[in-house]
Write a protein that binds this ligand. Structure first.
Ligand SMILES: N[C@@H](CCC(=O)N[C@@H](CS)C(=O)NCC(=O)O)C(=O)O
Length: 196
């Protein structure tokens, strides 16, 4: 299998780190989504990375798309994995933490697309910043819930540092600071740090 991904995609970074922690090889094919390469559109008609292309065309198609689905696939590939509870309350807590962290990324990416068009203020922009602030505050209370959730949180925080250096998430969320500082120093985070 291979992951179609751009080097700076935070969704792909989440998957690359999870694969590393699970001991899975996850080759990455550098893919720029905005140029609509044929291989990406074939794997994901939405034209978004990451997309996981399977070797055998199993699972009802030759690709798995959307990072939470790919993450679930990677976790399911390793029976007995310890990153996330297999079921029950802690499983759904971890999945919800992932949704929160991904939602922060979604809002941040909306802001970036707006910025690229010169839109830096207005109700839609404010709404994204408020969503990010609220989600950060809730994630601050969820640190330590699972190894998986912690990776998702730290990836989202580091993406904010990367793309929104003026957004002071560190000033208000001490548990996020402690988590990010600890995880960002680990080999998987180091190896996937995006270059500007
Ligand atoms: N929900 C998707 C979001 C993926 C996404 O937005 N990827 C961005 C790059 S970081 C992309 O491919 N954007 C291209 C586009 O929106 O056309 C996931 O979790 O995989």
């Amino acid at each position: 299998m291979k992951l179609l991904a751009s080097p700076t995609s935070p969704y792909a970074r989440k998957l690359r780190i999870i694969a590393h922690e699970l001991g899975l090889a996850l080759p990455v094919e550098d893919t720029a989504p905005m140029t609509d390469p044929a291989a990406l559109l074939s794997a994901n008609p939405l034209g978004k990375v990451p997309a996981l292309v399977l070797d055998d065309g199993s699972m009802g198609g030759s690709a798995i798309i959307d990072s939470p689905v790919i993450a679930a696939f990677l976790l399911a590939s390793v029976p007995g994995q310890k990153l996330m509870a297999q079921s029950g309350h802690y499983h759904w807590q971890a999945r919800t933490t992932e949704a929160l962290a991904d939602g922060v990324l979604d809002a941040a990416i909306i802001l970036r697309f707006n910025m690229a068009q010169g839109i830096t203020s207005g109700p839609w922009v404010d709404r994204q910043y408020r969503a990010i602030e609220r989600a950060l505050a809730v994630m601050n209370t969820r640190v330590g819930g699972s190894g998986f959730g912690d990776i998702c949180i730290a990836v989202a925080c580091d993406y904010l540092s990367f793309r929104f250096p003026d957004l002071d998430w560190r000033g208000h969320n001490p548990a996020l600071v402690e988590l990010a500082d600890r995880l960002l120093a680990t080999p998987a985070f180091e190896a996937t740090r995006p270059a500007a």
